[in-house]
Design a protein around this ligand. Structure first.
Ligand code: ADP
Ligand code: 5GP
Length: 185
């Protein structure tokens, strides 16, 4: 590889399929490193501490923020989420491709602090399909779905801020396009 790999940020409305695409990518290419975020959200069934997220208390999150241990953080639909800084910088120093899957507010912060990051927006084929996916996942209550859809309107409007937009019609196609953007073949 001729130059230091860029940090890739994958963002897009809740339910668009970010986790599904990333899981597909990593099944084929386990060498792609995905940052594990800290969150105050409660685990969904099957989610493991240290694998999907570091599940932390409000007090623990306060400390991570106060100690400057997060590269970025944001409040999303009633919970806080943040990217542990040290692990990301370590991987980038080693020249390894790094992927962050974070919300719009986080993507904006990364754009400010890591100017060579590539920001990728994952868009749904339509608003109706986004509602179908978010509802169909069956992991959130109707109120939480409502909050997430409200956030989704803001996120969709911010699409032009991103370097690249990928429409998630086919998980396989999007995963391939993302790998190509990250120079992983
Ligand atoms: P996000 O991580 O963006 O919140 P998920 O990956 O959890 O979204 O996906 C939300 C739902 O949409 C899941 O039930 C998933 O199986 C489904 N899904 C993801 N991508 C597609 C796709 N390309 N076509 C149809 N359904 C999809
Ligand atoms: P979920 O609760 O569905 O796992 O995630 C909700 C939203 O938070 C998603 O848009 C996801 O990308 C985002 N998110 C996950 N981790 C982080 C993080 O570390 N920072 C920020 N800013 N957003 C995150």
């Amino acid at each position: 590889m001729s130059e230091r790999p860029r940090l890739t940020v994958l963002s897009g409305p809740s339910g668009v399929g970010k986790s599904t695409v990333v899981a597909h990518m990593r099944k084929e290419h386990p060498d792609v490193w995905l940052s594990v975020s800290a969150t105050t959200r409660k685990p969904r069934p099957g989610e493991q501490h240290g694998v999907h997220y570091f599940f932390v208390t409000d007090e623990e999150m306060d400390k991570l923020i106060a100690n400057g241990e997060l590269l970025e953080w944001a409040e999303f639909a009633g919970n806080r989420y943040g990217t542990p800084r040290a692990a990301v910088l370590e991987r980038l120093e080693k020249g390894e491709p790094v992927l962050l899957e974070i919300d719009l507010q986080g993507a904006r912060q990364v754009r400010e602090s890591m100017t060579d990051a590539r920001l990728v927006f994952l868009a749904p084929p339509s608003w109706e399909e986004l509602v179908r996916r978010l509802t169909g996942r069956g992991t959130e209550s109707p109120e939480v779905i409502e909050r997430r859809l409200e956030a989704a309107r803001t996120e969709l409007a911010a699409e032009p801020e991103f370097d690249v937009t990928l429409v998630n019609t086919s998980v396989e196609d999007v995963a391939r396009e993302l790998l190509a953007l990250m120079d992983v073949v």
